[in-house]
Design a binder for this molecule. Structure first.
Ligand SMILES: NC(=O)c1ccc[n+]([C@@H]2O[C@H](COP(=O)([O-])OP(=O)(O)OC[C@H]3O[C@@H](n4cnc5c(N)ncnc54)[C@H](OP(=O)(O)O)[C@@H]3O)[C@@H](O)[C@H]2O)c1
Length: 158
């Protein structure tokens, strides 16, 4: 099993505003697609709902939605779990991606092997969802690709 968190985060660790992404960066969407294809995506119910209905479940990926609502209805191709632990256990032999939002990232950063991040060169005001602090005692930068206005950066557990 491997666990990677895939996220785009601003300078002030913002990941979401009004249940949407605070920016529109096509290269980041393409990066996210490439980083998640063929993998198991574990996401919170609000992140699931933030994906336009006609685009979900995200194709060629196992879409796992975490919600405490046992009656939450999902279309064919998406799975519901009560907790991250149960979802991870069910997919323990696969490549798992923590896909957000805040609660999912907060819990899964404790068990992740790698962070595959897009660091967006912006400060977002009135932010509603945040990525947890990246502790330099735990994480080391292992790869960096600087672009115009953002960077693709990978962190590996020390
Ligand atoms: N920038 C990025 O890379 C990125 C990535 C993903 C999402 N986002 C953004 O983040 C925002 C959504 O994130 P969010 O933090 O508001 O919500 P979220 O984590 O996606 O969803 C929260 C919901 O997920 C369920 N949940 C989460 N953790 C759980 C746990 N441990 N056990 C049981 N249920 C759990 C609960 O659903 P119930 O209330 O149904 O029980 C909870 O209300 C949006 O703005 C989205 O665009 C950004």
């Amino acid at each position: 099993m491997s666990i990677t968190l895939v996220a785009a985060i601003s300078k002030n660790l913002c990941i979401g505003k009004d249940n949407d992404l605070p920016w529109d960066i096509p290269e980041d969407m393409e990066h996210m697609r490439a980083a998640t294809l063929g993998k198991v995506l574990i996401m919170g119910r609000k992140t699931w709902e933030s994906i336009p209905e006609h685009r979900r479940p995200l194709p060629k990926r196992t879409n796992v939605v975490i919600t405490r609502n046992k009656n939450y209805e999902l279309p064919k191709g998406a799975e519901r779990f009560d907790s991250i632990d149960e979802a991870v256990e069910a997919h323990k032999d696969e490549e798992i991606v923590g896909f957000g939002g805040q609660r999912i990232f907060e819990e899964m950063i404790k068990i992740a092997d790698e962070l595959d991040l897009t660091l967006v060169d912006q400060e977002i005001e009135e932010c509603h969802a945040f990525f947890p602090a990246i502790d330099p005692a735990i994480w080391r930068e292992s790869d960096r690709d600087d672009r115009d206005g953002f960077s693709f950066v990978k962190y590996t557990r020390k």
